[in-house]
Design a protein around this ligand. Structure first.
Ligand code: AMP
Length: 542
């Protein structure tokens, strides 16, 4: 027998309509690319979103069309999130840090119809335009007065798309499984892979985060997403904040410690969310000034492992650190490490020990760890295994990529995270290693295999490997280890130049180590495990 309750589809537009009705004064404050600060409310924003949605329809955008964004965190980007998905189209956020090759691939793979671009990124689009679909429309996210000189033909101006459109919208109903957002993960080898979020998964994720992190997501709270809107929906904050009545403070492109400190101080930010690298910059600023920003009480740190010293430094300043783990494919939240009340009175060191773990699962995410043969391992806190997840906010396959989708699900349909982890009897997850061959630098992926392929094309190289070494600022940096071909004596600089011509600058390793022979595994692969042991850190002359 079925229950007899109404079935209304879960829709993203309902989040902003709810916020406008219930928290009309909830704020969105943005540092604009034009250089000033912009302030608005959920109520005003809902009106602008309606105007933008009408404008998108006037441009010919219809259900399931992909509309791309290349933009910082700001109110216009937020408006796009809602207007695009509200009319049933798909908001495809593009990471501006991708290499030219990857960006060209994803715009063509997604078959984007319109690309919304912030002033800062216009030069990137000018360079890549010839490689994008011929009929792609480009909109610059500013007003007429700030429109730049550009070689791009037929560009549109964001504010002019809103001009004259009605400030109300009867948001259409569609199946809650309708696609709403698309985010490519650039991590692995080969081409980037797209995670296609639905209205249902997005709204459920917003509920999940509000229920799991009520300390931060509540009415009147002021939250700074340093985590970009172009990376996994800024960890869900554009949805969780309006649902809970929290205000959003968007930092634009200025993410250095000083700019963040000033913004947080002025706007009385309570909780700031981002990758460890960002918090190292902020902590330096806090130390220099000898105080924390006014109103500051909490950080959510994830995307890479937060070090003990980082957690300790913030906790010593009285700032609660919530270490979180997740993935693009998980919307992204998987676990969070706010401590339960029974651990609140633990001695400081023991609390920090706990906080170094990635914490407990959020509602809706099931986790299991298995051995190489797929057998379940105990949750005893000490036995590590391959971490698999399942739930309503987790991908069921990559967008238009059956080849890449196949290997990441097991027989029971669980998704393989590529992380190695142990789970304690109390449910605390500790990530111990990664089985995927990747480096995460400043929150961004670098594919070691891609770098290796390029280096191998250098005539002086017989074999090579790229491994991650810990870095105080970027968490990890790539270290290149080269076995020269017989007689060749390639110079460090020429190999790095060879790479620099082919990948983004920040992906180029900081150093090259030459060895006579690389260690091999039984199956004839370079043993990265051995190399990691051999080079636990960057060589001292790096
Ligand atoms: P992405 O899809 O780019 O967000 O990357 C997800 C991956 O980042 C995870 O599978 C982990 O390898 C890594 N990651 C994210 N958060 C953490 C964390 N708190 N500790 C360790 N690794 C993390």
């Amino acid at each position: 027998m079925k229950g007899m309750m109404m079935h209304r589809p879960l829709k993203i537009a309902d989040l902003i309509t709810f916020a406008a009705d219930t928290y009309p004064a909830g704020e969105i404050v943005s540092v604009r690319t034009e250089g000033d600060i912009h302030r608005t409310t959920y109520k005003e924003t809902a009106g602008r979103i309606a105007r933008l949605a009408h404008g998108l329809k006037a441009l010919g955008i219809t259900e399931s069309d992909r509309v791309a964004t290349l933009a910082w965190n700001g109110y216009r980007h937020f408006e796009l999130y809602y207007a695009i998905s509200g009319i049933g189209a798909i908001c495809h956020t593009i990471n501006p840090r991708l290499s030219a090759e990857q960006m060209i691939y994803i715009v063509n793979h997604a078959q984007d119809r319109v690309l919304f671009v912030d002033l800062t990124f216009v030069p990137i689009v000018e360079k890549l335009r010839p490689h994008f679909p011929a009929d792609l429309r480009i909109v610059i996210m500013t007003d007429r007065a700030h429109m730049p000189e550009t070689t791009l033909e037929g560009v549109l101006c964001y504010e002019e798309i809103l001009d004259g459109q009605p400030g109300e919208m009867d948001w259409p109903d569609f199946d809650e499984d309708q696609a709403a957002g698309l985010c490519y993960t650039s991590g692995t080898t080969g081409n980037p892979k797209g995670t296609l979020y639905s209205h249902r998964s997005t709204v459920l994720h917003a509920y999940d985060m509000c229920v799991t992190i009520p300390r931060v997501l509540n009415e009147g709270s002021r939250i700074l997403p340093v985590v970009p809107l172009f990376h996994v929906n800024a960890w869900g904050l554009p949805y969780g904040a309006p649902l809970s009545g929290s205000s959003l403070i968007f930092p634009g492109g200025a993410l250095d410690g000083k700019s963040l400190f000033d913004l947080m101080d002025r706007e009385k930010v309570f909780s700031a969310w981002g990758v460890p690298t960002v918090w190292i910059g902020l902590m330096n600023e806090i130390r220099q000034r000898g105080r924390i920003p006014e109103g500051f009480g909490d950080i959510v740190v994830g995307g890479s492992a937060a070090s003990r010293s980082l957690i300790e430094a913030f906790e010593k300043q009285g700032i609660n650190v919530c270490h979180a783990w997740g993935m693009t494919e998980m919307s992204p939240l998987g676990t969070q490490c706010n401590l339960p009340p029974e651990m609140a009175d633990l001695p400081f060191d023991q609390r920090i020990d706990r906080k170094q773990s990635q914490g407990r699962r959020i509602f809706g995410v099931d986790m299991k760890i298995v051995d190489d043969a797929g057998n379940r391992l105990p949750h005893n806190g000490t036995t590590p295994g391959h971490l698999y997840v399942r739930g309503n906010t987790i991908t069921s396959g990559y967008y238009e990529d059956p080849e890449a989708s196949k290997p990441v699900f097991d027989k029971e349909g669980w998704f393989c995270t590529g992380d190695i982890a142990a789970i304690s009897p109390e449910g605390f997850l500790t990530i111990t290693d990664r089985s995927k061959d990747l480096i995460k630098s400043g929150g961004e992926w670098i594919s070691s295999l891609d770098l290796e392929n390029i280096v191998m094309s250098h005539p002086g190289v017989a074999n090579c490997a790229v491994i991650a070494v810990p870095d105080a600022k970027w968490d990890e940096r790539p270290l290149l280890i080269v076995q020269p071909s017989d007689e060749a004596q390639p110079q460090k600089e020429e190999i790095l130049c060879h790479l620099a011509e082919r990948v983004a600058k920040w992906q180029v390793p900081d150093d090259v180590v030459f060895v006579d022979a690389l260690p091999m595994t039984a199956t004839g692969k370079v043993s990265k495990l051995t190399l990691r042991k051999q080079f636990p850190e960057a060589p001292h002359d790096a």
